[in-house]
Design a protein around this ligand. Structure first.
Ligand code: IPE
Ligand code: IPE
Ligand code: MG
Length: 261
């Protein structure tokens, strides 16, 4: 085609239709900021700042590859256990990063969502999150989910409380509650399940991230520290994902047959 349209600038190719080889939803534990800073004899917050740059690169890569949802674990419900000074600096960094990035994300058609217990944050940060969600709600590009004060156990607990309230109110019967109904009360309701989970920083654990949703997610662990995780490293994770056979309880032969059909 390019041969025939020398004089016109070709329109940018639309993101490819997501195929089975491309995860629709990628969920990432961005770990290793502190160690990255320590290796450079810098304060831990310098690692968190460098981590924000890595976020920008990976958001761009996801949008370019046609990933539909990216969920990033930014602050866990257990991270309050860190020294107060680090928590305060992290909160400041969150606020300034949001202030700086939201308009650009919006211009790029990205929809922002925050999951986690929001009420504990200061009023300014809560307002920032609400405004960003409202501003970007109609965007049809990548959905960027930021998990803040999120814990997988908290998520399941709040879903159980919502359902119990509905039972108490007589809206539903207890024995009507099934997996789909529980899922419908979790923070990620309405979004595709994570296909690919990535944890940087070398630890091989879930650290109370998406406990319910990861049941059939492909897990990918890399020793790369989060600030060093770039588009190339991300593509390595996508390549690993594409080479896997997801069986969901079936046999490998069944999966092959269904593919051929
Ligand atoms: C992840 O990096 C960022 C947050 C948890 C906020 P860490 O701060 O956990 O980095 P390490 O694990 O100490 O290297
Ligand atoms: C998980 O990392 C939480 C985030 C990346 C936000 P942690 O560094 O807090 O996990 P643990 O404590 O090593 O399990
Ligand atoms: Mg860590």
């Amino acid at each position: 085609m390019a041969f025939f349209s020398k004089s016109t600038t070709p329109a940018p190719a639309p993101p490819e239709e997501p195929s089975a080889d491309l995860p629709a939803h990628v969920a990432i534990i961005m770990d290793g900021n502190g160690r990255w800073a320590r290796q450079r004899h810098l304060p831990r917050i310098a690692g968190h700042r460098a981590g924000v740059e890595a976020v920008r690169a990976i958001v761009e890569a996801c949008a370019a590859r046609g990933v539909r949802v990216l969920t990033l674990f930014a602050f866990s419900s257990e991270n309050w256990r860190r020294p107060e000074s680090e928590v305060n600096l992290l909160m400041d960094l969150l606020l300034t990063s949001l202030q700086r990035e939201v308009d650009r994300l919006h211009r790029n058609g990205i929809r922002l969502l925050f999951i986690g217990e929001r009420a504990v944050f200061n009023a300014k940060l809560i307002e920032m999150m609400d405004t960003a969600e409202r501003l970007t709600a109609a965007n049809a590009g990548l959905t960027l989910v930021i998990a803040l004060n999120y814990g997988g156990r908290w998520d399941v607990t709040q879903a159980a409380q919502q359902l119990a309230r509905r039972v108490e109110a007589g809206e539903i019967r207890a024995d009507e509650i099934d997996a789909a109904m529980i899922e419908g009360h979790l923070c990620l309701r309405g979004l595709p399940e994570p296909d690919l989970f990535i944890r940087t920083g070398g630890e091989q654990r879930i650290s109370n991230f998406l406990l319910w949703h990861l049941s059939y997610t492909e897990l990918y662990f890399t020793a790369i520290l989060w600030p060093d995780f770039d588009a190339r490293a991300f593509d390595d994770a996508l390549t690993s994902f594409a080479a896997r056979q997801r069986r969901f309880g079936r046999t490998g032969d069944q999966v092959e047959q269904a593919k051929g059909a």
